[in-house]
Design a protein around this ligand. Structure first.
Ligand code: HXC
Length: 307
């Protein structure tokens, strides 16, 4: 799966700005984090991507390595960010094989559309554990290596849902609010040791797993989503990768403890966005009737249908 450079990076960055750097990326085989990693590697870094699925993680790592001759990209599958011991082993292996860790992206996340009325305790806990505990575990596993780096940078991937509140996303909103808060603690406690830690909160990004899970598949819904975004379009993975390059670069050396929404100002109109519902669904009717969306993808149903 070779990806044209124009899909994951703007042509404005200087070649080699990340020469000699090593990035450690959880969720690195996913649709957003793999493109962030691709951009970092294209600009000189080596990388280690972490995921649960062994085959997918190794295949994506191999593919990312093709963006620059001589690039080293390791894919560590079978690693669950809910397990601190998995992450420690992965971080130690990354440092040993690639010589250290300079950049960390905590991108592993879990999501599904569900109203509180249908959310089990385990469903809430699962997302808290992947998103919040996973981010905490990532920092704990990598910080000893980051503190040996001459330019330690950390980036958490969050959402904008908790800025306003969004129905059907109580678990993710709570989990990512904690992630944002954790980034501030990292910035405050490790800033004096040279670490910069920031957050990117992506909006709806085209061709990503997040959007396919949260957005209705109906073309009219996508159209009305785009129309509600002030910039007038869905985001692209390139938007997130470019912001990542900037935040890890010298150009952002005074930015620390910030959460940056990369969403075309969509969150400021969040109540107008059809999230997890079809465009004709009206709040609070879909909650009162229980008709969330006819077109919504439910990965559990798809899994069952395959069996
Ligand atoms: C209600 C659900 C559910 C659903 C799962 N559960 N899916 N409840 N509606 N659609 C419940 C289960 O019934 C179970 O509770 C509990 O959640 C745990 O489910 P498991 O399948 O056992 O968990 P697990 O195998 O660990 O899988 C985790 C997962 C899964 C989060 C449920 O979807 C996953 O692995 N996702 C990873 C990829 C992902 O989600 N990417 C999207 C990121 S997008 P019970 O009580 O039955 O035991 C993102 C924001 C994007 O983060 C923002 C864009 C604008």
């Amino acid at each position: 799966m070779s990806v044209p450079e124009s899909k994951y990076m703007s042509p404005i960055w200087r070649d080699g700005i990340f020469n000699g750097r090593v990035a450690f990326v959880t969720g690195g085989a996913g649709s957003i984090c793999s493109m962030q990693t691709r951009a970092l590697v294209r600009l000189g870094a080596n990388a280690c991507i972490i995921g649960r699925n062994v085959e997918k993680t190794e295949a994506v790592a191999k593919d990312i390595a093709t963006v620059r001759p001589g690039a080293k990209v390791i894919g560590i599958g079978g690693c669950d960010v809910r397990k601190p011991e998995d992450l420690k082993a992965a971080a130690d292996r990354c440092a040993e094989e690639l010589g250290g860790i300079d950049f960390v992206i905590a991108g592993a996340a879990g999501n599904f559309i569900v109203p509180l009325s249908a959310m089990s305790s385990n469903a809430f806990r699962t997302v808290m554990e992947i998103d919040t505990m996973g981010t905490f575990n990532t920092i704990k596993a990598t910080i000893p290596h980051l503190l040996r780096s001459s330019c330690p940078r950390v980036l958490f991937i969050s959402v904008t849902f908790h800025y306003t509140g969004v129905p059907l996303q109580a678990h993710v909103s709570a989990a990512k609010a904690a992630v944002d808060s954790l980034a501030v603690s990292v910035a405050l406690e490790y800033g004096p040791l040279g670490v910069r830690c920031n957050v990117i909160a992506p909006g709806g990004i085209a061709d990503t797993e997040g959007l396919s899970r949260l957005g209705s598949a109906a073309p009219e819904t996508l159209k009305s989503y785009n129309a509600a975004v002030p910039v007038g379009r869905l985001g692209e993975v390139k938007d997130i990768a470019d912001t990542t390059v900037f935040l890890f670069s010298e150009g952002a050396s005074y930015i620390n403890g910030e959460a940056i929404a990369v969403d075309g100002a969509a969150w400021r109109r969040q109540s107008a966005l059809p999230l997890g519902v079809s465009h004709e669904a009206k709040y609070p009717d879909f909650l009162l009737t229980g008709e969330i969306s006819k077109d919504l993808k439910d990965p559990r149903k798809e899994k069952k249908a395959k069996l």
